[in-house]
Design a protein around this ligand. Structure first.
Ligand code: NAG
Ligand code: NAG
Ligand code: NAG
Ligand code: NAG
Ligand code: NAG
Ligand code: NAG
Ligand code: NAG
Ligand code: NAG
Length: 541
């Protein structure tokens, strides 16, 4: 179905481009029509860099004289996609030239992986626009853009050759093109064809909220009546002995509405699990938190392991669900980045799941994710990424960190990484509790002033995180939020709070760059509005 839609969209795009090629030699405008130059100018008001946007679209020679605004958006997407294919070629050349350089070759491989995801999401954005699903278009293009930055950031660590430098420069301009397209899609969603209202994407920090909808207390999650298609247990008698073998047995590209349910029985599964791109709608059903445990200890201290690859369980295929299990990374408090769970899966649902780690426990990487009644434990940036994630009724625990925990430390619960003001990403916590583990609480009580815990810090410039109706224990410091580095992102991030309770929720002494969410805009952050959950989270839970 999805591939049929892609082909239809491509067909319409091809038709459109052949039509536009036929008409683009007309220079004069007929009555009421804007010239190509004029319509490009209008559309590029949505860009963060209008002159560059206008030049790129004009040079593309693909905007007809009487183009509609939608055709300009499609051209912007086409430009992004063309240049992405070129970037893929350049990164492949880096890989080919790196057989003797392990680090560079790993960076190039990761880059190719995420550029493939970017390519897919840009294609899907076209499909979504053609079928009027503009919120999906926004979600997918937000991710398509993020992956291009991820590739750029990965190459930055191996930038010792001019070939890498040139590729990075190309990727940077590619991200600019993708940002232009995303900015246009956002303006189209907000103002339709009325380009007089179009402008550079604004955020809450500019006092801008889009119209919201829905309410809190959303009911939905992993359906309770799922039957396992296959089972996993350690001691024989099940279909498989490892979780990965069961995942490998799932059919590729399951269509919407079909699921592959893996029942994982009580036991400790010491393995690295990957749910790849083509394994869609895979469900992990455990016997309960603390009973079904998937464990690992990969971390960035090991040769060739990146934060992304350190995940014990890493999920890419869309529509992933899990319930009733624990996923942990036991690398230990001195291992730095060591991810337990990482999701790149659009429309993923995690319910009654426990995530245990220290630094970077939960990598909510990209796209739309829903966490319900989960337990998340760590200490440094332990919920991070650039997804649009909603955390409902979750328990969040700070745990002791270094070898000598009495001397004190600075912890951050979140580190959201939105890079572009048009990205529809951010973290929403609603009716969650932040507390310490018993061991941490004992440490904290013995000397509160040396144990500092913050709600979050800005990993990227447009970091966005809100806490609504949550209970914040006293261990959350009174200033609330921590800078990343100097004044980086402090003018562009959005950190909001609304009706939280507990000794850590008093906002009197909060940093000046945090906000209280105006009540009239609260419904921007509902499951329905923020992640369109009413359209994909099963209601019966
Ligand atoms: C590769 O990366 C590791 C850690 O990231 C570093 O210790 C090592 O020196 C790098 N090797 C080369 C050849 O640059
Ligand atoms: C995206 O569409 C292009 C054609 O425009 C095609 O070559 C490419 O394989 C598609 N990519 C993915 C990941 O579907
Ligand atoms: C190249 O890498 C070095 C070291 O990682 C970094 O400081 C520098 O900013 C990088 N250059 C670019 C253009 O990213
Ligand atoms: C690549 O770029 C970095 C940062 O701009 C610079 O320090 C380095 O000399 C460049 N390397 C080459 C080989 O061009
Ligand atoms: C888990 O497996 C790894 C190797 O795959 C091994 O080094 C480690 O000791 C195992 N841990 C446990 C608790 O069995
Ligand atoms: C809030 O979350 C707790 C679990 O932490 C749950 O027991 C309670 O029912 C939730 N409250 C509402 C109003 O949903
Ligand atoms: C936090 O944990 C302590 C036990 O360490 C417990 O007494 C307290 O009730 C918890 N707070 C909340 C809000 O659940
Ligand atoms: C919040 O903190 C301020 C100053 O620290 C204090 O005056 C005020 O009473 C506190 N409010 C509540 C509700 O505890």
């Amino acid at each position: 179905m999805a591939s049929l839609l892609v082909s239809l969209a491509l067909l319409s795009l091809i038709l459109f481009f052949s039509l536009s090629a036929a008409s683009r030699h007309h220079q004069k405008t007929s009555s009421g029509c804007l010239s190509a130059k004029e319509i490009i100018h209008e559309a590029c008001k949505a860009s963060r860099d209008p002159p560059t946007c206008e030049a790129a679209l004009a040079q593309s020679d693909h905007v007809p004289y009487d183009a509609t605004i939608m055709q300009v958006i499609q051209t912007a997407l086409w430009l992004s996609s063309q240049n992405l294919n070129k970037a893929q070629g350049m990164v492949q050349e880096i890989l080919d030239a790196s057989t003797r350089n392990v680090n560079r070759s790993i960076a190039a491989k990761s880059c190719l992986e995420v550029l493939h995801y970017s390519d897919y999401r840009i294609n899907m954005t076209n499909v979504a626009l053609a079928s009027g699903k503009i919120k999906d278009a926004r979600a997918w293009m937000s991710a398509g853009l993020a992956y291009q930055y991820n590739c750029w950031g990965g190459l930055m660590n191996v930038n010792q050759t001019s070939q890498v430098n040139q590729t990075m420069a190309f990727l940077y301009s590619l991200a600019g093109l993708s940002s232009n397209a995303l900015g246009m899609i956002v303006n189209y969603d907000n103002f339709g064809k009325k380009t007089k209202f179009w402008a550079m994407p604004k955020t809450e920090r500019d006092g801008f909220w889009e119209g919201g909808s829905g309410d809190f207390g959303f009911v939905g999650g992993v359906p309770s009546d799922l039957k396992a298609d296959v089972t996993v247990c350690k001691d024989g008698g099940c279909s498989y002995e490892t979780v990965q073998d069961a995942v490998n047995a799932a059919p590729d590209y399951l269509r919407e509405g079909k699921r592959f349910v893996i029942g994982i029985q009580t036991g400790v599964y010491n393995e690295t699990v990957r749910v790849p791109f083509e394994k869609k709608n895979v469900v992990f059903l455990g016997d309960g938190m603390g009973k079904t445990v998937i464990t690992g200890s990969l971390n960035v201290g090991l040769e060739g392991v990146s934060t992304y690859n350190s995940a014990t369980v890493g999920v890419v295929g869309d529509g992933f669900m899990a319930s009733g299990l624990t996923i942990e990374n036991k690398a230990g408090p001195n291992a730095h980045q060591a991810v337990a769970f990482r999701s790149v899966s659009d429309q993923s649902i995690l319910e009654n799941c426990e995530f245990l780690g220290n630094q970077d426990t939960l990598y909510a990487h990209s796209l739309r994710q829903y966490y319900k009644s989960c337990r998340i434990q760590g200490n440094v940036d332990f919920i991070f990424g650039n997804s649009a994630s909603f955390f409902q009724d979750c328990l969040i625990f700070l745990s002791p960190r270094q070898v000598d925990p009495e001397k004190g430390e600075t912890n951050t619960v979140t580190s959201q990484g939105r890079m572009d003001p048009a990205q529809s990403t951010g973290f929403v916590f609603q009716n969650c509790t932040i507390n310490g583990t018993d061991a941490y609480n004992a440490l904290y009580k013995s000397n509160p002033s040396v144990h500092k815990n913050y709600l979050g810090r800005p990993w990227k410039e447009y970091s966005r995180t809100v806490f609504i109706h949550c209970t914040l224990e006293a261990l959350i410091t009174s200033d609330g939020w921590l800078p990343w580095d100097g004044d980086f992102a402090l003018k562009t991030l959005y950190y909001g709070e609304f009706e939280n309770k507990g000794a850590g929720a008093n906002t009197t002494k909060r940093v000046t760059w945090s906000s209280e969410i105006p009540v009239e805009h609260l419904n921007s952050y509902t499951v329905q509005n923020f992640i369109q959950g009413d359209q994909w989270i099963p209601k019966s839970s």
